[in-house]
Design a protein around this ligand. Structure first.
Ligand code: G3P
Ligand code: MG
Length: 254
């Protein structure tokens, strides 16, 4: 149910580097991480960029919005200075740059589809299609031997985005992101043909974890930064989690 790595670096390289940048991937790798979560949003011209916030102002200087800016202009923005001086000028990456880097370095990707409002279906369909095309060989090999560990996992809080991903490239596995697990979670997960529930560890209980695992789903948590809490949820049967504290919680954490 969870063929993927157990410990995943959140937003690239967690706290070590600016989120959602190639510098983050490099920093995670330096700590031995070969598994990463990051966020993808569409630019004005419909190109997937690795960004978390729909509006400028936090990781890039504002004002402005991702969905109203061309990809080439986003790629020229400084997404590093907000973190610290050594990362000044670190660019906003294209999703395809992340794919290339992760393939070269053997890094497994959990791609969070993070649509700006109104672009849910377009973002889901774009990310799924581009991922399927980039990983066509790995998908074919995984279908043959049943081991999906080499294929990325798409996830989203947006049901609409995941439904569009399912329709556009059903062969790329999907996880449903839920802050709190609603009563009808299984009905929704089934409709999305999701393989995993990815949820906020703060609202997870031992009972809910047992229910999700008993139903045959993968169970992944975000964002776990305390080693004691990490040990606790792993004992509950949680399959994996992402962390900002890649310096405290290593890839071989148990
Ligand atoms: O994918 C899990 C986690 O990244 C969801 O929250 O806001 O950090 O993207 P956020
Ligand atoms: Mg995310």
């Amino acid at each position: 149910m969870w063929p993927y790595p157990k410990i995943v670096a959140h937003r690239g390289g967690g706290i070590l580097a600016p989120e959602n940048t190639v510098a983050g991937l490099r920093a995670g790798l330096a700590y031995g991480f070969r598994a990463v979560e990051f966020d993808v949003m569409l630019s004005k011209d419909g190109i997937g960029m690795v960004m978390h916030d729909p509006d400028f102002g936090r990781t890039v200087a504002g004002p402005g919005a991702v969905a109203r800016t061309l990809a080439r202009d986003l790629a020229a923005m400084d997404a590093g200075s907000w973190h610290s001086a050594p990362f000044k000028g670190e660019p906003v990456p294209y999703y395809t740059q992340f794919i290339d880097y992760c393939k070269q370095q053997g890094i497994w990707m959990n791609v969070e589809i993070k649509p700006a409002e109104g672009f849910e279906a377009a973002t889901g369909a774009w990310v799924a299609r581009v991922t399927r095309d980039a990983y066509a060989d790995e998908i074919a090999a995984s279908k043959a031997d049943g081991n999906f560990a080499r294929v990325p996992l798409l996830s989203s809080f947006s049901f609409e985005a995941l439904a569009a991903a399912r329709d556009s490239a059903p062969e790329v596995p999907r996880a449903y992101l839920l802050d709190r697990i609603p009563a009808d979670w299984q009905q929704q997960a089934r409709a999305l043909q999701a393989v995993s529930i990815n949820t906020n560890h703060k609202h997870l209980t031992r009972e809910l974890a047992a229910t999700i695992k008993a139903a045959g789903y993968g169970l992944f948590c975000y964002t776990v930064n305390d080693p004691d809490r990490a040990r606790e949820i792993l004992l509950w049967g949680v399959d994996g989690f992402c962390t900002d504290r890649v310096d405290l919680i290593g890839p071989a954490f148990t």
